[in-house]
Design a protein. Structure first.
Length: 223
């Protein structure tokens, strides 16, 4: 577990407003461990998405890990909202984790970035809220991460094969992040049933993607 990053205004707010019995106020250094573990998972997921491509630079790999981390924070927000029943508090908590892991403050995406250019340079979760309003498909969250993956790997946020190829990964990314956050808050590990349900969901999504685009799905295939 690393040191807490200086200048984390969101964390300062949380420590002033959370009760003494909360997980964070009992051990504020625990935020560092949570951020570190989430970002380690983000790097692994980025490496998996980029595997087999010798053209990928360390800068691209790091940028994709940042994007994956933003996606993880979407699940963290949902879990925090269910736990605290306070959207503002959940949002600040997510901002605190973002700053601890990356040193970045949350940003705001524009409509052209959501629809055309890609949001890979924008940190935080507000871009996902806007995406749900602008992208009229059932899983706009997965679609947005796919567009970021496409933009970083192929130079355009509109390559459908790359966008779709990322879909099974987004299921794993989101659920693993939710489990990590739940363990941090409540000490609860995923059950065998939850793990089996996740495996089934990923397998179903892979099958759907294979039927749509064939088994290869370009370089973004999921093995």
């Amino acid at each position: 577990m690393g040191d807490l990053r200086a200048g984390n205004k969101a964390l300062d707010y949380l420590l002033r407003h959370l009760g003494p019995g909360e997980a964070l106020t009992r051990n504020k250094g625990g935020l560092s461990g949570l951020a570190d573990s989430l970002y380690s998972d983000a790097r692994e997921a980025a490496d998996a998405l980029l595997k087999g491509d010798d053209r990928v630079t360390p800068q691209v790999s790091c940028a994709l890990a940042d994007c994956v981390f933003d996606l993880q924070l979407v699940s963290c927000f949902s879990e925090l909202l269910a736990y605290y029943r306070d959207a503002a508090l959940a949002s600040v908590f997510v901002d605190a984790v973002l700053y601890q892991a990356t040193g970045a403050e949350p940003g705001t995406a524009t409509e052209p970035e959501i629809l055309d250019e890609g949001t890979h340079r924008v940190r935080g979760i507000s871009k996902y809220a806007l995406a749900k309003k602008l992208i009229t498909i059932p899983d706009a969250v997965a679609w947005l991460l796919g567009k970021e993956y496409s933009a970083l790997k192929n130079g355009t946020a509109k390559d459908l094969a790359y966008i779709v190829a990322a879909a099974p990964y987004t299921i794993l990314i989101r659920e693993h992040a939710r489990w990590r956050l739940r363990y941090f808050l409540q000490g609860v590990l995923p059950s065998d049933g939850e793990r089996e349900a996740l495996d089934s969901s990923v397998a179903h999504t892979k099958m759907q993607m294979s039927e749509m685009f064939g088994p290869g799905l370009r370089d973004g295939s999921v093995d």
